[in-house]
Design a protein around this ligand. Structure first.
Ligand SMILES: NC(=O)c1ccc[n+]([C@@H]2O[C@H](COP(=O)([O-])OP(=O)(O)OC[C@H]3O[C@@H](n4cnc5c(N)ncnc54)[C@H](OP(=O)(O)O)[C@@H]3O)[C@@H](O)[C@H]2O)c1
Length: 350
């Protein structure tokens, strides 16, 4: 059977910005029949995530991340539907997911590597299992629970950077649900800031591309910052940390502003910021969601319950990507994340 797939075409270099040309769309062949224990799946959704930037390097810098190999199919979180099964627990029509889904229209996979999904848990919005009810939601929820020290009634102010991203938009809402009395987001456009406040229930949002972030934080967080959900690192985090209270907590989720640089993870704070952190006894422990998979099942159920109750707002938009495959000249016009994908559609937060 002929399938389409996306392979790594070239590496951007540790200090390079990834380009669409780093990937190649090509045809490939898979077997016509599945073996015992295998299933044939049709890809429905793929998740394109910041950690994949590290997988584009020959050395990912992390022992839990394998590099993508040149001319080999890329992979990551994905969802698909079973078309044919020779696995005892999976049947035609089942929806399944995996962290190592190949970027391929149709694939033959080991049934034991797949997790069966229950669409009713997310009101039929299957793609949520890659977002709000998947690793993204788990990262926001478990990051707050494991590293945030949020307590109901403690009158805490939380600041979220990368607040309009997949993790950040959930982290702010979950911070409120878990007990924070004030939540302020930091994002890169006025439109994103307005959505955070008007749709996602943030108390305020700062456009970090306009004006002085530290000054705006002082105005919007008059009692200082108790919990900082850090997705971005760099100058934004230095500004937030300068406003943090004694014995407060940083949830070190990610440092996306540093991913195109050859720096260790987590990057050390600049000396002035580190001095403030030490003097104020601010915790900054590394958080990795994969270390808490024993809490996955209960946490996904919590996230699904909030989604069903309308307490967790999820904003997505959908692209139909077939025209990009059919009319290759259009591909030069699109952004990297679109060019990466070959599936029928993707849904992204913002
Ligand atoms: N610790 C874990 O286990 C774990 C698990 C999953 C994800 N993560 C981390 O969580 C973070 C967010 O991931 P995500 O899935 O939410 O990604 P995402 O949906 O792509 O959102 C990332 C956001 O970061 C902002 N951003 C990008 N470059 C920036 C820069 N140079 N300076 C400031 N902001 C920038 C963008 O917003 P603007 O347009 O507003 O700038 C974007 O919305 C990443 O750092 C990721 O590595 C960690």
């Amino acid at each position: 059977m002929i399938v389409q797939r996306v392979v790594l075409n070239s590496r951007p270099g540790k200090n390079g910005v990834p380009m669409a040309e780093n990937f190649r769309l090509e045809q490939s062949t898979i077997a016509d029949t599945v073996q015992a224990g295998q299933v044939r799946v049709k890809t429905l959704y793929l998740s394109v995530d910041p950690y994949m930037r590290c997988r584009m390097n020959e050395d990912t810098g992390s022992d839990y991340l394998q590099p993508w190999q040149l001319s080999e199919v890329a992979d990551g979180g994905g969802i698909g539907v079973v078309e044919e099964s020779k696995h005892q627990n999976l049947a035609k029509g089942d929806f399944v997911t995996s962290f190592t889904w190949p970027w391929q229209t149709v694939a033959i996979l080991d049934g034991n590597s797949l997790q069966k999904l229950v669409p009713q848990l997310v009101n039929g919005r299957l793609s949520y299992f890659l977002g709000a009810a998947g690793i993204t939601g788990l990262t926001a929820l478990l990051g707050i629970r494991e590293k945030g020290h949020v307590a109901v009634g403690a009158n805490q102010t939380m600041v979220v950077s990368g607040a309009a991203g997949a993790c950040g938009s959930l982290a702010g809402q979950i911070g409120r649900l878990e007990g924070c009395s004030r939540v302020v987001g930091i994002a890169g456009t006025d439109e994103k800031c307005s959505i955070l406040v008007q749709e996602m229930g943030f108390d305020a949002a700062i456009n970090y591309k306009k004006g002085d972030v530290a000054k705006q934080l002082r105005e919007l967080c008059p009692g200082g910052v108790d919990v900082y959900f850090d997705n971005v690192g760099g100058d934004i985090s230095d500004a937030v940390i300068s406003q943090m209270n004694q014995n407060s907590h940083i949830i070190l989720c990610g440092q996306i502003s540093q991913y195109n640089k050859d720096v260790p993870y987590p990057p050390p704070l600049p000396a002035d910021t580190e001095k403030i952190r030490k003097e104020k006894n601010i915790t900054r422990e590394r958080f990795l969601v994969l270390n808490y998979m024993d809490k996955q099942e209960a946490s996904v159920l919590q996230l699904c319950q909030w989604i069903q109750e309308g307490k967790l707002k999820v904003r997505t938009f959908r692209f139909n990507l077939w025209p990009l495959i059919l009319f290759p000249t259009m591909r030069g016009l699109i952004s990297l994340s679109l060019a990466l994908l070959l599936c029928l559609r993707i849904e992204q937060t913002f």
